[in-house]
Design a binder for this molecule. Structure first.
Ligand SMILES: NC(=O)c1ccc[n+]([C@@H]2O[C@H](COP(=O)([O-])OP(=O)(O)OC[C@H]3O[C@@H](n4cnc5c(N)ncnc54)[C@H](OP(=O)(O)O)[C@@H]3O)[C@@H](O)[C@H]2O)c1
Length: 193
């Protein structure tokens, strides 16, 4: 079984965006030593249309497949990008889109959890990047094997939670921890089953 990894940026108080999901206040930390390290380690998490700007031109290292919710995908559609992670196989969960806007993007309308389990069962050395947002992460919470949490030095007070899910304690084991000079903390956790 390959891993489903939720790779996500959040505030100190665990929000991935403002109450509507807007995460632009965190962008001011996406620079310097931190950004260079993340782009080198996880080049495939940089959207295809932003790779040139960030000087990223590397093979996929951890993931070859991406899953995201339609609201997150909408951010790309709104700027005219229909395949934001063209260097990965792209899956978008949606019940409102009926036709894929791009041949590289496969829509998942029914059986989201089952489809993700099928993807996890595929034979590949690379894993699956769960890109968000909150709703889809909440629905897939039991399938998540790894968390890579990029914590930015901001507190929101309220906002969009990392998981749109009900209360239930779930244990994770801490792996790697890296602190960067701009105050960003990156932690990796593995699900304890
Ligand atoms: N901080 C970060 O690193 C980060 C990363 C990613 C996203 N975000 C933020 O997260 C926000 C979006 O999060 P969100 O929770 O609003 O939405 P989301 O999880 O991205 O997408 C939710 C949508 O997915 C579809 N969906 C949900 N469950 C489904 C199921 N079981 N089967 C089929 N389709 C399903 C529905 O699409 P339809 O409405 O089309 O049916 C639903 O509206 C964005 O504003 C973005 O900025 C932040």
């Amino acid at each position: 079984m390959r891993k489903l990894t939720y790779y996500i940026a959040c505030t100190i108080d665990g929000f991935i965006g403002d109450p509507e999901g807007d995460a632009t206040s965190m962008f001011k930390f996406t620079n310097g030593e931190y950004m260079a390290a993340m782009n080198a380690e996880y080049p495939e998490t940089v959207p295809t249309h932003a790779r040139e700007m960030f000087g990223v031109d590397a093979e996929n290292r951890h993931f070859d497949t991406l899953v995201q919710g339609r609201q997150s995908y909408q951010l790309a559609l709104d700027i005219g990008v229909t395949s934001p992670y063209n260097h990965l196989r792209e899956f978008v969960a949606t019940r409102s889109l009926t036709e894929s806007p791009h041949p590289n993007v496969e829509l998942i309308a029914d059986g989201l959890v089952g489809r993700v389990r099928e993807l996890k069962a595929e034979d590949s050395p690379l894993g699956i990047y769960l890109c968000g947002g909150s709703t889809i992460a909440g629905e897939l919470i039991e399938e998540i094997d790894e968390l890579i949490i990029k914590t930015y030095p901001q507190v929101y007070g309220t906002g969009m939670p990392m998981f749109g899910a009900g209360f239930e304690p779930r244990d994770f084991e801490l792996g790697d921890v890296r602190a960067f000079d701009n105050g960003v903390l990156v932690r990796t956790y593995t699900r304890k089953r």
